[in-house]
Design a binder for this molecule. Structure first.
Ligand code: ADP
Length: 299
C-alpha cells in the first residue's frame, strides 16, 4: 500500500485573457471550482494507478471539507482524517490562468497547516511506500518519515513547493522528487534546464543509497544518483492544462514503486501518465486510470 501525508485543497480557477498587474482588476472569462491540493491529487493518481492508497489529511468542518472527503472516497482513497478546530477552513487555492496557460496561484492552507506531529499515528497496514509533499507542516512530515514508524518502507519526498527548511528532512528520505524550478531553488542556481543541469541534484544527496528524481517538463524526467543517472524522455503531447501534471507523475511513481518496479523502469510510465494529465483540466480530474496508460504504451 501507499501511505500519503499531504494537503487537500479546493481549487478556484479563473480563466483570464491576461494575468492582473499589481493594483489592476481583471474580469474572468469563466471560473471553475475543482478538487485539488498536491496531497489529494497525488493520492487520487496513486489510487487510479491501482495502489491501495491511504491518506493522512485535514479538511475544515465546512461544506468544502465534506465535498473533498467525498471526492477522495469516490476514488477509493482511504482518508485518515486529522481533526482540526472548528472555524479552521478547508484549504483553498486561488488560481489565475491566462490564455497562454501561464498561471499565478495563491494558496490559503487553512486546515492543512493545522496537522501536528502528534496527529501522526502508526503506519497504515501493509504500507511499503510513504509519500509527502511540502504543503503541510515540516514537523508532521518528520514524524511521518520517522525510521521507527516506517520500518523498511520507501520514503518519497516531493519537495514542492520549495521550502529551504525542508532540507532537514532529506536525510530521512529515500527518494527526493523535484521539478526544475524547485531544484534551482535548493541548489541555488539561476535556472535548471534539461538533464545536464539536473545533475546538480547530486549536491542534495546525503546518502549513497539515495536517489533524486528531477521532472523536466516537456523534457521528461531523470533519476540522479551519486555515481550514475538515467533519462526518460517525455511522451509528445500538446498540453491543454498542466495543473496536476507533476502530481500525476509523483502519484503514479509511488504506485509503481509499491508494486516493486525499479525506478528506471517506472519513469517512462510515470511520464506517460503525466503527459496524459496535461490533456485534461484541473488537478484531481486530470489523473488517468492505469489501464489507459498501459494501452498508450502498448501502441
Ligand atoms: P510540474 O508540473 O511540477 O511543474 P513538470 O513541468 O516537470 O513538473 O512536469 C511533470 C511531468 O509531466 C514531466 O516529468 C513530464 O513527464 C510531464 N509533462 C509536463 N509537461 C509536459 C509536456 N509539455 N509534454 C509532455 N509531458 C509533459
Amino acid at each position: 500500500a501507499v501511505e500519503i501525508l499531504g494537503s487537500i485543497n479546493v481549487d478556484i480557477i479563473a480563466a483570464l485573457a491576461n494575468l492582473p498587474r499589481p493594483g489592476e482588476t481583471v474580469l474572468a472569462r469563466s471560473t471553475e471550482k475543482l478538487p485539488g491540493g498536491k496531497g489529494a491529487n497525488q493520492a487520487v493518481a496513486a489510487s487510479r494507478f491501482g495502489a491501495d492508497t491511504y491518506m493522512i489529511g485535514a479538511v475544515g468542518k465546512d461544506g468544502d471539507g465534506v465535498w473533498m472527503r467525498s471526492i477522495l472516497e469516490t476514488d477509493g482513497v482511504h482518508l485518515l482524517p486529522v481533526d482540526v478546530a472548528s472555524g479552521t477552513p478547508t484549504g483553498m487555492a486561488y488560481i489565475a490562468l491566462d490564455a497562454a496557460g501561464e498561471n499565478q496561484i495563491i494558496v490559503a492552507p487553512g486546515a492543512n497547516m493545522a496537522i501536528t506531529a502528534d496527529a501522526i499515528g502508526g503506519a497504515a497496514p501493509d504500507a511499503r511506500v510513504f509519500l509527502a509533499q511540502l504543503e503541510v507542516p515540516i514537523e508532521a512530515i518528520a514524524a511521518f518519515f520517522n525510521p521507527d514508524r516506517v520500518g523498511h518502507g520507501l520514503r518519497l519526498l516531493n519537495c514542492a513547493p520549495a521550502i529551504p527548511e525542508a532540507r532537514a528532512l532529506f536525510a530521512d528520505t529515500d527518494i527526493l522528487i523535484l521539478n526544475q524550478t524547485e531544484l534551482a531553488e535548493y541548489a541555488e542556481l539561476d535556472t535548471v534546464n534539461g538533464v545536464d543541469d539536473a545533475l546538480a541534484a547530486r549536491q542534495l544527496i546525503t546518502r549513497d543509497d539515495q536517489s533524486i528524481v528531477v521532472t523536466l517538463g516537456a523534457g521528461g524526467s531523470c533519476v540522479v544518483r551519486r555515481n550514475s543517472h538515467c533519462h526518460a524522455p517525455a511522451v509528445k503531447v500538446v498540453p491543454v492544462d498542466t495543473i496536476g501534471a507533476g502530481d500525476c507523475f509523483v502519484g503514479a511513481l509511488a504506485a509503481l514503486l509499491d508494486e516493486g518496479a525499479r525506478l528506471e523502469d517506472a519513469l517512462p510510465i510515470a511520464n506517460a501518465a503525466a503527459a496524459q494529465a496535461t490533456q485534461v483540466a484541473g488537478g484531481v480530474p486530470s489523473m488517468p486510470m492505469r489501464a489507459m496508460i498501459d494501452e498508450m504504451l502498448a501502441e
